[in-house]
Design a protein around this ligand. Sequence first.
Ligand SMILES: [Ca+2]
Ligand SMILES: [Ca+2]
Length: 344
Amino acid sequence: MHTYRLIGIFILIGILIGCSASNALPSPTLAQGPAETITPDLTAASSLAQTVPSPLATTPATATPSSSGGFSIRLFGSSTNDLDRIKIPLGTINSSGQLTSSRPVNVGGDLTLEFWMKATAADNTAPACDGWYYGNIIIDRDIFGDGDYGDYGIAICDGKLVVGFSAGNDDRLLKGNRTVTDGVWHHIAVTRANSGQVRLFVDGQLDAQMNGPSGRIDYRLNRSTSYPSSDPYLVFGAEKHDYPGSRYYNGLLDDVRLSNIVRYTGDFARPTAPHPADANTVALYRFDEGSGTTIGDSAPGNQSPGTLQPRTGGPAQHWSTDTPFASSSTPLTPRAFLPMIIRS
Ligand SMILES: [Ca+2]
Ligand SMILES: [Ca+2]
């Protein structure tokens, strides 16, 4: 009799835990917990992803995203003919390719450019370089030839980031030290002060710094150009001019924020949530549209929107549900692990 009572209690506990577990697993409430409780431990996140089915992993790219996961942009490094990239006009461009007025994205003095990237070495093979335009180019705000007021770009050479700033013919390159082509998400921040000071941070850690050219580096208004469809644009994922022999970024990109201040002067905690749109945010690309070719600007007023130029095959292939926050922002509460304990 005593034994039966014990078995009965165990069955009751099992039912209660089972109900709790079935509520806990792929429920949307999992993804809405407090982000501050999460340590962004990639090892833990990836091992969790192998054992607990993620609602995002099986969601078609055209479906509505989870409220916290959203989408990222997949670029394929296959660019030619102005395709497989995102283009953001720096302002109003007339029929001659002259910028007649600036949008906020055309920053000039202090700035911070930050984003998330996920890429592999096999897909980004540019060797060590002495100019960012020789790398697998992630961000291109070049001017063909000398930089005029200023131009800049960020690329991968030998698996590490390189950051270049030019003013006139003063062209300087900052070479990163940490390998970023390891197939996991990295938060990248580049700060540039009007004094010329440039710093590169990888996952909140200072990776390299240099003294670059000082003064304004915005795109000069009413500047004439022989490259009207590329010069007056900020471009993600390509060498904007399709210069022969160029290499292009092949990987994921997410939550690109451009700010008009130097946000970081020393190490900082790697963000655990998408960048907020605050008073110093001049452009913010969340890539959470999930379909189509419109790239919205989440800074107030959507003043600097852009366009996805899909490669052959259309836009759907460029939208990914793999984001920096899809797994790492999921609260790892004990409830989430109960199914594994019970069912193993
Ligand atoms: Ca240039
Ligand atoms: Ca996103």
